[in-house]
Design a protein around this ligand. Structure first.
Ligand SMILES: C[S@@+](CC[C@H](N)C(=O)[O-])C[C@H]1O[C@@H](n2cnc3c(N)ncnc32)[C@H](O)[C@@H]1O
Length: 237
């Protein structure tokens, strides 16, 4: 079920199709290993999991069937990708699936309901400088918060898994900022929600990302290609 309350502005090609987004991100990162690792950290058995934002719902493929999954994202095309047909094809049989097309900062809509786990995957660099606000609210309403972020954000630093993207990145690596802004707007990380000027200020390399995680009370657990997955657990029961 998708509950719609808001929409996005102009999105790049990458954010116009869930299929394309999955195809590209699978070439950039080890998506299967990453989401399998996150699902393992979530654990088995009945749990309420909130995926902020859920994107195309890739995480669901690896979750234990007893899990109640709630996903929030503003991108209606991504949410559409999580169709009944897709769930059936991938044999996803979660206990409950609730999807909302809304802003993850509309905290009032989900603040009251305590979650077992909140997943913040590939979102902090999009919402800069509101990333700490997002983490702090997640910590208030969940027993466990799992965060995953790339520690490289500039094209020239991206490892990329396959040759095609390595060539694309090689071509783009010397673009001047104004040109890169146009490329970003049309083809790359323009999600139609967060502006380039704010997103491009996120500049955390390996050390800075580790330090940031630590400062927020997270432990770094895994490095998967260009990303770090970290976890925070509440001391309260
Ligand atoms: C890089 S994708 C990550 C999606 C998913 N977590 C994953 O790892 O595949 C970033 C997502 O954040 C969503 N997004 C960014 N800002 C948002 C906001 N304020 N409210 C809801 N969704 C947002 C975009 O629509 C996009 O789907």
């Amino acid at each position: 079920m998708v509950v719609k309350t808001a929409s996005t502005g102009f999105r790049s090609l990458l954010y116009r199709s869930g299929w394309l987004y999955n195809a590209i991100t699978r070439r950039l990162y080890d998506q299967d290993k990453k989401f399998f690792t996150i699902a393992t950290l979530i654990g088995k058995g009945p749990k309420r999991v909130l995926d902020l934002p859920c994107g195309t719902g890739y995480l669901m493929r690896f979750l234990h069937p007893a899990i109640e999954y709630e996903g929030i994202d503003l991108n209606h095309r991504f949410l559409k990708r999580i169709r009944r047909k897709e769930l059936k094809k991938r044999n996803i049989t979660l206990k409950k699936i609730i999807l909302h097309q809304k802003n993850i900062f509309d905290f009032q809509d989900y603040k009251g309901k305590k979650k077992d786990v909140i997943v913040l995957c590939d979102i902090l660099h999009h919402v800069y400088p509101k990333h700490t606000e997002l983490i702090n609210i997640a910590k208030k309403i969940s027993q466990k918060v799992i965060v995953c972020e790339p520690y490289v954000t500039k094209p020239r630093e991206i490892t990329a898994r396959d040759k095609l993207l390595k060539i694309v990145i090689f071509l783009g690596k010397n673009l001047p900022k104004p040109l890169f802004k146009i490329v970003d707007f049309l083809f790359l990380d323009n999600d139609g929600i967060n502006t380039f000027s704010r997103r491009s200020k996120w500049n955390l390399d390996r050390k800075a990302l580790k330090d940031f995680y630590k400062s927020m009370g997270f432990n770094i657990i895994h490095k998967i290609i260009d990303e770090y997955i970290a976890i925070w657990e509440s001391l309260e029961n």
